[in-house]
Design a protein around this ligand. Structure first.
Ligand code: NI
Ligand code: MN
Length: 225
């Protein structure tokens, strides 16, 4: 059984038995986060792109737990040069780790580091643990090739950015769910800032109108997949 905890924004904790993976751990300076970086134990940290609201507390958590940082080549090189354990990947590539499989998908967005330096191309993340697959869209606009993800992967949980302004808004996010056809769609990347203050229940209603399943996971709450 895979446990999924919504740390808020695009940050998720994925746990299975003693394995702990955190995605986009933005906690410090995040008004919605119920967890502090000290509360998070991570064997692996997977990053979708280099923006500050996704890199977040990566260094603090990685230092505390000797976590392996999995990200695109540019982000992995950045952290590797600072002495962190990294595993570089890139869009379209998959790798089977001892815990399962990670594949980076495309995402239409930017990916500079907070200081403006180049963070490579932004990505979405496909994470498979045993027979459970999670698709974290990263920050992205809608793109029709999402239907290829739906065609080739049996997605159990799709973590979908819905906040508009920087990423898909609710209508495009619902369309994205129609393309991927996950068992369950869960909204993310909303309410953290005024510019992305949308109602996730509106997204859930739109997905349900298409006879698919969606659910809001409260900030800090855990669900089982
Ligand atoms: Ni971003
Ligand atoms: Mn973002």
């Amino acid at each position: 059984m895979v446990k999924l905890t919504y740390l808020s924004h695009s940050a998720w904790l994925v746990e299975k038995d003693s394995l702990s993976i955190v995605i986009d751990p933005f906690l410090s300076g995040n008004p919605l986060a119920k967890h502090k970086p000290e509360d998070i134990r991570a064997d692996y940290i997977i990053l979708s792109h280099a923006h500050g609201d996704h890199i977040g507390d990566t260094e603090t958590i990685a230092k505390a737990h000797n976590s392996v940082i999995i990200a695109n080549f540019e982000i992995a090189t950045h952290f590797g040069n600072k002495g962190f354990h990294v595993h570089p990947m890139h869009i379209g590539g998959a790798h089977t780790f001892d815990f399962g499989r990670v594949k980076l998908t495309q995402a239409f967005h930017g990916s500079s580091f907070p200081d403006g330096s180049y963070g490579g191309m932004p990505a979405g993340i496909l994470l498979t643990l045993d027979d459970t697959t999670i698709y974290h869209t990263g920050d992205t606009g809608l793109f029709s090739d999402m239907q290829l993800i739906g065609k080739h992967e049996k997605v159990d949980a799709m973590l979908v950015c819905i906040g508009d302004n920087f990423t898909m808004g609710i209508d495009d996010a619902a369309e994205a769910v129609a393309l991927v056809k996950p068992k369950l769609a869960i909204p993310m990347h909303y309410k953290t800032f005024d510019m992305i203050d949308v109602d996730p229940n509106e997204f859930v209603s739109k997905v349900e109108l298409m006879d698919m399943k969606a659910q809001v996971v409260d900030f800090g709450a855990t669900i089982a997949l």
